[in-house]
Design a protein around this ligand. Sequence first.
Ligand code: PHE
Length: 434
Amino acid sequence: MEDNRPSWSSRLTFILAAVGSAVGLGNIWRFPYIMGQNGGAVFLIVYLALILTICFIPLFAELAVGKITKKECIGAFESVNPKFKFLGFLNPLTGVLVASFYFIVGGWIINYIALSFAQARIEDYSSYFVSFIQNSVSACGFTLIFLFICVWFTARGIKRGIEFANNVMMPMFAVILLGLIIFSLTLPNAHLGLEYMFKPDFSKINAHMFLAALGQALFTLSIGMGALLTYGSYIKEDKSILKSTYTIIFSDTLFALMAGIMIFPAIFSFGLEPNSGAGLVFITIPQIFAQIPYGNIVSAAFFILLFAAAITSGISIIEVPIASMVERLKISRTKACTILFFIIGLISVPATLSFGVLENFKLCGKTVFDFLDFTTSSILMPLNALFLCLIAGWFLKIRGNHFIQNKFFAFLFDIGLKFVIPVILVALLYIGLK
Ligand code: PHE
């Protein structure tokens, strides 16, 4: 089986897929609203500092473990020591749980694309959004459509499915994003949005901000779920992953900044609030589209942009359990994808309904959607990243001097991988669980 494992056609297609995984709802939906809630420019500074110093190491380690072991997550952990098989299993499990709530937002996006094409006139977006997410049949239907699209691409395999989706979606994403940035920057008072993003008010700095920035950084870089490990396992032997690590971090950060430059000037230009939370792109932004000429075309472009970003990340999320099922259970990709469609569908339906009929059904005091979000981003993802760093540093003995020329930086890498990052992740877990 291992001999005929799939691999990327070229370094470029791998980079596109890895950047496609990283750049997703985390950049366009989550980053602006978390930044909006945490004081704007200071948050950006903290976030950039964390990305450049801390997040580089686990990202590199994930790719390296995949490339060295050439196995999906369970096999990769097992090949280091059979006792670690269970720790590896947590990755595809996390993938299934992340997909079950991430794809709900994907469903909302499809609904908004349909709405833009239908040229629907909506008076009050906040009540529209609430009534849409409460409508069981349509909300579940859209979630399942999004799930189906991701599963369909993934079922077609690495080259015909995953590479194809990324080769089409990522350039489309970049072009639409640039177009929308130009549009946003030419609105009256656009500079107020840029000031909000880039003029820090240091009095707003606080401990919670560091936590929010670290959680955001891990999520947006796709760290802690085995997605990069799985993608890394399809890299051919002779390709360096150090350059890829830089490229992924640089592109992801650039796209997050570009998303901010697209969103904040428009928000300030129309006198809206940047701190409206998760509803920022579904309630606040559509109010802008309702007021401008050709608003429905701009709106369609914006939600297609979100769709492209969400699909390429969604594919990488489900590739983790699919690769495990194909390689462990020795079943075909199509069969694995079909089974996974039903498993994720079964979990995502109650999660979708948690905005409507299951609103009062609580797990540990949280709705199903919030429970999935919390257990994955606050517990499972930091936990997976922790196990991965420990295994890479202490057992696989990945060392900085294998790939970094400068002795001092190589030493910093080793200390980071073996001690600093694990300690930070334990602290993150502890605070998350408190
Ligand atoms: N990084 C993706 C985003 O920003 C989400 C993701 C998390 C994808 C974990 C894969 C693995 O939306």
